[in-house]
Design a protein around this ligand. Structure first.
Ligand code: ZN
Length: 273
């Protein structure tokens, strides 16, 4: 397969290109051909260079705070030259509140200063390489897990006071828990009770008491996702999917990855990777 060609450019007036040079090197290490335009390029120059160099993707880096005008201008100049099929990815010092605007303006993705360079390289090879689909976001909140001492005692609030429908109660031996699922719209509340004193959930209850225990996100391609999370340096509790309730495959991500929240990924149905 031909090498992916990336134009790395710094529009605007700021005079630091260490970040752009680091990114360029990381992309080269991933087998890509990188053309770096150097400092202080205008949107017109960037669009022209991208077309002349026949690149597959443009990476824009901005530290100057002018990304809100400069990034959309690059896209506009590409459009003027019928080259809007060249995707644009942005990074640098970009406040999160500016990201929705930039996406709306046609930037494919913004990587903030906290993003890993590996994530950026992976994204570009998926976007351009066509070997895999770019990772889809999780489909929905599958359920919110709530740790309780006794399901029987907890249920009346949910089923009587809130009128939620109790959908099922089952034991998940592998986790040492009994769970009750309460249907709420497209999602569920999952009450979790420890099966015995050795259950990890009992330790949670001893330490923190009853309360929210985890949030489960429904995903496809669980196995691939776990591999990518691991590569990106996020700590996993389960590096391989295991059997969950409701005929699902599940895996937990360490709370360190998600600001202290235990995240469960769950996959239902057939897809194998
Ligand atoms: Zn769960």
């Amino acid at each position: 397969m031909a090498k992916i060609r990336v134009l790395v450019a710094k529009p605007g007036l700021d005079g630091h290109d260490r970040g752009a040079l680091v990114i360029s090197q990381v992309l080269r290490d991933h087998g890509m051909e990188v053309i770096y335009t150097g400092l202080r390029q205008s949107p017109v120059q960037i669009a022209q260079a991208a077309i002349q160099e026949d690149v597959d993707v443009i990476g824009l880096s901005s530290l100057s705070g002018a990304h809100k005008t400069l990034f959309p201008k690059v896209i506009e100049e590409l459009k003027k030259r019928n080259a809007e099929d060249i995707p644009v990815v942005g990074g640098g010092v970009i406040p999160s509140e500016d990201i929705p605007y930039l996406l709306e303006q046609g930037v494919n993705k913004i990587f903030t200063s906290g993003s890993s360079t590996e994530a950026l390289a992976d994204y570009i090879s998926e976007l351009v390489g066509g070997q895999q689909e770019p990772a889809e976001p999780p489909k929905k909140i599958a359920h919110i897990g709530i740790a309780v001492h006794h399901i029987e005692a907890a249920l009346p609030f949910y089923t009587d006071a809130l009128s939620l429908e109790l959908e099922g109660v089952e034991e998940v031996e592998s986790e040492g828990v009994k769970v009750a699922f309460l249907k709420i719209g497209e999602s569920r509340l999952e009450l979790l009770e420890p099966l015995d004193a050795a259950s990890p959930l009992q330790r949670f209850l001893d330490k923190k008491g009853e309360g929210i225990h985890h949030i489960a996100l429904e995903v496809d391609h669980l196995k691939t996702r776990l591999k990518k999370l691991h590569t990106a340096g996020f700590e996993l509790i389960n590096s391989e999917p295991k059997q969950g309730a409701h005929d699902s495959q599940i895996a937990f991500i360490h709370p360190k990855a998600a600001n202290g929240v235990l995240i469960e990924l769950s996959q239902y149905g057939g897809s194998e990777e």
